[in-house]
Design a protein around this ligand. Structure first.
Ligand code: SAM
Length: 232
């Protein structure tokens, strides 16, 4: 079958993903069963949401503003947005308008009520897998991609980041915030994703033709979320 990847292990993902179609459809099924709540978005760790958002705010503030080299505050794109947890508390307060993209329609439906009055500043709710999503050219000041890249294959992630690059306005930023593995690539069969280590991620970002201008580790998450993987 055309969608069948040979287990040759020439690339990291080939060892992990036997069938690309199944990799994506399993994830879609997984997320359809997840309640449309902050707890659901964070795998039961809803309590870390404020720490996460405050860390992101401090990070983003360094780049936004007016003047030479500063990133604008016109429009942001929330990728793998879910119910709009990040849109509501991070992006809406900072940007004039926000677009959301997610593969799970139920989450986007929930976002309309979850965002309350502010939902009127959402211009688009795109129900689409990031592997297929094409941002409008030169549309966004910030493209925020959090806790979703593990759902894309290496090649799709690279291509998606390339498309994001052309979706940026001058001085625009792509922010990727995600878990990283201690070493290598660790598959998660439950939600059909994989967690990559920083070196692997750096290589993919470089393949997309992007430069990393800043990298930080989120502080103050509770100890129990740093689980050592037992995967390969
Ligand atoms: C862990 S939740 C994170 C949600 C949000 N980024 C947050 O931090 O609150 C992962 C989200 O990614 C979405 N998702 C999974 N696979 C996706 C794909 N291929 N393309 C777009 N969204 C996807 C799920 O529907 C879910 O909303």
């Amino acid at each position: 079958k055309a969608d069948c990847i040979v287990r040759s292990c020439t690339k990291m993902e080939d060892c992990l993903i036997e069938n690309q179609t199944t990799f994506y459809s399993k994830a879609e099924h997984y997320w359809k069963e997840v309640p449309p709540t902050v707890d659901g978005m964070l795998g039961g760790y809803g309590s870390i949401s404020s720490i996460d958002i405050n860390g992101s705010k401090n990070f983003l503030h360094k780049f936004l503003g007016e003047g030479q080299g500063k990133t604008g505050t016109g429009c942001a794109l929330d990728c793998g947005a879910g119910i709009g947890r990040i849109t509501k508390r991070l992006l809406m307060p900072l940007f004039r308008t926000v677009d959301l993209v997610d593969v799970t329609q139920e989450f986007l439906d929930k976002a309309r009520t979850y965002l309350g009055e502010e939902a009127k500043r959402v211009e688009n709710y795109f129900c689409c897998g990031l592997q297929d999503f094409q941002p409008q050219p030169e549309c966004y000041d910030v493209i925020w991609i959090q806790w979703v890249i593990g759902h894309l294959t290496d090649d799709h992630l690279v291509e998606f980041l390339r498309r994001c690059r052309s979706g940026l306005r001058p001085d625009g930023l792509i922010v990727v915030k995600d878990n990283v593995a201690y070493e290598g690539v660790v598959p998660d069969d439950v939600d059909s994703s994989m967690c990559r280590d920083l070196n692997v991620l750096h290589r993919l970002v470089a393949r997309a033709g992007l430069n990393i201008i800043c990298e930080e580790q989120q502080q103050n998450f509770p100890e129990e979320i740093y689980v050592r993987e037992t995967g390969q």
